[in-house]
Design a binder for this molecule. Structure first.
Ligand code: PEP
Ligand code: MN
Length: 286
């Protein structure tokens, strides 16, 4: 069973793309990653650093978030940075560290693919391909990840409507890959006090319109470490099937997105709170 999806029709003003449409799959899609799913009653927690920075950093963070209850590790090897002068990620070396870590801990890995030419290599080193916000409408990339059989975590474009988001997912499904997880990560609005405006209304809307699992990224959604726990809890209350959060063993020293990364202790505390919120909405943390 999933969180309540009331049956009232939604006047979207657009046609819901055929393959993502919930009508074709009223019970929802379960994306199976290793031995657990996403999209059912269980809620999956994905945690890890914005970027892989070193073996020590990834292993220390991964071991700790695993102990706290995270089920999937995140970590970028190829980073889409706004400035070409900022840390661009460790690239192939980062992938090797991710692969080593997942073999040692048994934790599945999600990492970003920015270019279709990277898919083959990243697929060997990761379990889920992340298509980031900046690439949500990179149609050749969407088609290529659609041809791969790896689960895809598709992040909402920072200026994309729900219709555009669903159409982007449709590109992937249209190539035969049904293992798509939608991720709300905040959109750009006139409000400067947060990095983005986390559109939590997208969660029930996407769940209503599509059978695909929906997760939330409160880290990029707010850009503020202290606000992440509140929005993580709100996301679960709103019906999200999972969360992806940035966690760093030393946020002050992070090479990327430290200001929105939880410390290991903050993440651990949040996990205990999330369990209570999940139970309150008749769900559980996987
Ligand atoms: C990320 O997950 O680190 C990232 C760059 O996310 P987004 O594409 O949502 O900005
Ligand atoms: Mn980041």
């Amino acid at each position: 069973m999933e969180a309540t999806v009331c049956s009232a029709p939604v006047n979207t003003g657009f046609d819901i793309p055929a393959r993502v449409n919930r009508e074709g799959k009223p019970d929802g899609t379960i994306v199976r990653i290793k031995d657990f799913g996403d999209g059912g009653k269980g809620i999956v927690i994905i945690a890890g650093p914005c970027a892989v920075e070193s073996r020590e950093q990834l292993f220390a963070t991964a071991r700790s978030v695993k102990d706290s209850g995270a089920k999937i590790i995140r970590g970028g090897a190829f980073k889409p940075r706004s400035s070409p002068y900022k840390f661009q990620g460790m690239g192939e070396e980062g992938l090797r560290i991710l692969d080593e870590m997942r073999k040692e801990t048994g934790m599945p890995v999600v990492t970003e693919v920015m270019d279709a030419r990277q898919i083959e290599l990243i697929s060997k080193n990761a379990d889920i391909l992340q298509v980031g916000s900046r690439n949500m409408q990179n149609f050749p990339l969407l088609k290529e990840v659609g041809m791969s059989r790896k689960p895809v975590l598709l992040k909402r474009g920072m200026m994309s409507t729900i219709e555009e988001f669903l159409l982007a997912a449709e590109y992937i499904l249209n190539q035969g890959n049904e293992n798509v997880i939608l991720c709300e990560r905040g959109i750009r609005t006139f409000e400067p006090s947060t990095r983005n405006t986390l559109d939590l209304s997208a969660v029930p809307m996407l769940k209503q319109l599509s059978h695909l699992p929906v997760i939330v990224d409160p880290s990029h959604g707010t850009g503020l470490r202290w606000m992440v726990p509140s929005m993580a809890k709100a996301s679960i209350a709103a019906g999200a099937d999972g969360l992806i959060m940035e966690v760093h063993y030393d946020p002050e020293q992070a090479l990327c997105d430290g200001q929105q990364s939880l410390s290991l202790d903050e993440f651990s505390l949040l996990m205990t709170e999330l369990k209570r919120i999940a139970a309150a909405v008749d769900r559980y943390i996987l």
